[in-house]
Write a protein that binds this ligand. Structure first.
Ligand SMILES: [Fe+2]
Length: 350
């Protein structure tokens, strides 16, 4: 029987890799962002509409000094995560991640997909001379060298068969295509427009790449990528299903006949591109208490756009069973007076 040795999670927003000065530069993109969703009502709004309703207190923490303090705490949290991950040194890492216009588009969008090829290519993001320093740094956070990362294909097959047996109708992938592109939306909820990505070669998606590049401590344990559609209606995963998926994957791992150690991991979230501190603190409370009640009933109206990446954490929490999460850091990363930004967190289950 495989031994489950821990769970590891962090946000992967550019705020997790930029300096305080560059938070301010990156924040300029928010003025044009079409995915701003206002908490707690869940209305999609423009930046100006968000600003008009914003708590004036947010303006007081939207300055480079505060950003720099938050960055220090976040980077310390990520360093701690790296050390703790390195000490646990799992043989295999089972990862939950969302795919944001990377491998999957509206021609065929799986709700749950398991990748079980022998390896998965890590392709650094293209860096061009005209890129801003903020974009360059946040692109590099997903890896800077091209290589094939090992995937435990035998475990992947076992997880797929176990999930099917547990009534999860998962899709699966065994190899990468030459290029990936397509269109997302319009659909329902916040997704009232369409976004097209021109075909391009693509490797390990960002939700996995950030962990491997930032806190795997230079190690390359085989990873099993389980992609869940958190972001895109109509077949986006519910909190209840994400939690149940975590539980079911745990059962599969426990029944896997091996003496290997396995950790669970994810990146993403918490709330963004508008900080919803109340929702973040509720999700953290649920994970700290290992409370399925809280985690399976996080309100959909507040879980839209990229905030849905919180469900990657919910899946890990499901997989970690009764083990409580230790919050290493949480910074409500407000980067504009309107309240745009990201709930930046690091957590460990051990
Ligand atoms: Fe993301």
């Amino acid at each position: 029987m495989a031994k489950i040795v821990g769970g590891f999670a962090s946000s992967h927003s550019p705020l997790m890799s930029l300096t305080g000065e560059l938070w301010a530069v990156h924040a300029q993109n928010d003025l044009r962002n079409r995915e701003l969703v206002q908490p707690p009502n869940g209305r999609r709004v423009t930046y100006d509409e968000l600003l008009a309703d914003a708590d004036p207190g947010i303006a007081e923490v939207s300055n480079v000094e505060t950003f720099t303090d938050r960055v220090a705490n976040i980077q310390k949290g990520l360093d701690d995560l790296q050390t703790r991950f390195s000490n646990v040194n799992p043989d295999i890492v089972v990862m939950f991640g969302d795919d944001q216009s990377e491998f999957f588009f509206d021609d065929n969008m799986p709700s749950i997909n398991v990748f079980w090829g022998d390896s998965i290519k890590v392709l650094p993001r293209t860096i061009t001379p005209d890129m801003s320093e903020a974009r360059r740094m946040s692109s590099m956070a997903y890896g800077t060298r091209e290589y094939d990362h090992p995937v435990p294909s035998d475990l992947g097959l076992h997880v797929i068969e176990s999930l099917m047996d547990q009534d999860f109708d998962v899709s699966h992938s065994r190899y990468l295509k030459e290029s990936y592109g397509g269109t997302i939306g319009p659909a329902t909820w916040y997704l009232d427009h369409s976004r097209t990505t021109q075909p391009r070669p693509f490797g390990l998606p960002h939700a996995y790449g950030f962990a491997v590049a930032r806190w795997f401590d230079g190690k390359a344990p085989p990873i099993l990528p389980i992609s869940i559609n958190t972001c895109y209606p109509p077949n986006w995963i519910s909190p209840r299903r994400a939690f149940a998926l975590g539980r079911a994957v745990r059962k599969a791992i426990e029944e896997w006949d091996t003496d290997k150690t396995v950790a669970f991991a994810c990146t993403g979230g918490l709330s963004h591109f508008v900080v919803d501190e109340e929702l973040d603190r509720l999700a953290i409370k649920g994970m700290e208490a290992a409370d399925p009640e809280i985690l399976t009933s996080l309100p959909r109206v507040r879980l839209q756009s990229a905030t849905t990446e919180t469900l990657n954490w919910v899946a890990v929490a499901g997989a970690m069973g009764d083990t409580r999460m230790e919050t290493i850091c949480y910074e409500p990363g407000y980067r504009t007076p309107a309240g745009t930004g990201c709930g930046c967190a690091v957590g460990i289950w051990e």
